[in-house]
Design a protein around this ligand. Structure first.
Ligand code: PEP
Ligand code: MG
Length: 318
């Protein structure tokens, strides 16, 4: 068993020696243990929504802390990126009286619902700041549009940490899933510890196409040249401030997309635990320098269909 675990936990390194972290997207402590068994380097996205669903009252600070601590413990020394509540829009909560909106996807969702209910956000931050070791707990904010929003939450984290007499602060990062955030990546990266691309929403908002609309499936593709340019811009902005960029949207586990994501300079791919091994294997077939060069060319093609066809020819799926 120990030997098998050692085998799956080998890092994903390209043929020319460039390391890519492969982390897992999870929701529970059981998922965390499974992610370790499947060889994940850590957790790149813990969706905390499950804690808040199907109940009449919000979970208490103690209940939340126990859940987050359980995940950190199950990771045996690895780190977890824990996303604050991404409620609203298509994810309503019974105890949260949010007004009905004409355009929920453009309304009070993600961190915006935290601004509308500050005590809900504070309780979650307080629970997260109680986790030990604090270095293993990285906080990530969903649906951030600009640096002002990040700075507000950073202020809350500092105030709560002071109240709790903590000497250390957890890493605080933002999701890049709104085009404004990608365009402002340099400003966000100045104040954030890391950026993580939510390509499901970033694609929806960049193309102005509902992510669940069946009629748009072909075009609604993270390999659309517009999305690739926003990813490139995000990496550029982060690099300027020495910060790293991950991807926790579905694009990270798309075998055709991985060479381009590596080529764009993303350093972490966070995927379902079940495909961690496959994603690591894919990374090991690649040459980082070749990915960089080819991606610059592919970004100039005009449709995801063309980009995919060229990617398949350049990096056959073997
Ligand atoms: C995303 O938008 O890509 C993402 C990872 O968040 P979710 O799918 O939970 O909206
Ligand atoms: Mg999202």
């Amino acid at each position: 068993h120990a030997e098998a675990l050692a085998q799956v936990t080998l890092p994903a390194i390209t043929r020319d020696g460039h390391r890519i972290e492969v982390a897992a997207n999870i929701a529970t402590q059981t998922d965390a243990a499974d992610a370790v068994r499947q060889g994940a380097d850590g957790v790149g996205l813990l969706r905390t929504e499950v804690l808040f669903l199907d109940r009449e009252d919000p979970p208490s600070e103690a209940e939340q802390r126990a859940a987050y601590q359980g995940v950190i413990d199950a990771l045996e020394g690895r780190a977890a990126i824990i996303r604050t509540l991404d409620a609203g829009g298509d994810k309503p909560l019974p105890f949260l009286p949010l007004p009905k909106e004409d355009n929920p996807a453009l309304g009070l969702r993600g961190i915006r619902s935290g601004f509308a209910q500050p005590e809900l956000l504070d309780t979650q931050l307080r629970a997260l700041l109680g986790v030990t070791p604090i270095a293993a707990c990285k906080i990530m904010l969903p649906m951030v549009s600009d640096a002002e929003e990040l700075l507000f939450v950073r202020g809350r984290v500092d105030a709560i940490a002071k109240e709790l007499k903590l000497t250390e602060r957890p890493s605080l990062g933002v999701m890049i899933e709104v085009p404004s955030a990608a365009l402002l990546a340099d400003q966000l990266a100045r104040h954030a510890d890391f950026l993580s691309l939510g390509t499901n929403d970033l694609t929806q908002y960049t193309l102005a196409m509902d992510r669940c609309h069946p009629g748009f499936a072909e075009k609604l593709d993270g390999l659309h040249p517009a999305v690739l340019r926003l990813i490139a811009r995000t990496v550029e902005g982060a690099t300027r401030h020495g910060k790293w960029v991950g991807i926790c949207g579905a694009l990270a586990s798309d075998l055709e997309a991985i060479p381009l994501l590596v080529g764009l300079g993303v350093t972490e791919l966070s995927v379902s635990a079940g495909v961690v091994a496959e994603v690591k294997a894919r990374v090991r077939t690649l040459d980082y320098e070749a990915c960089r060069k080819q991606t610059l060319v592919l970004m100039n093609l005009t449709s995801p269909k063309e980009i995919r066809a060229r990617a398949r020819a350049l990096w056959p799926d073997t």
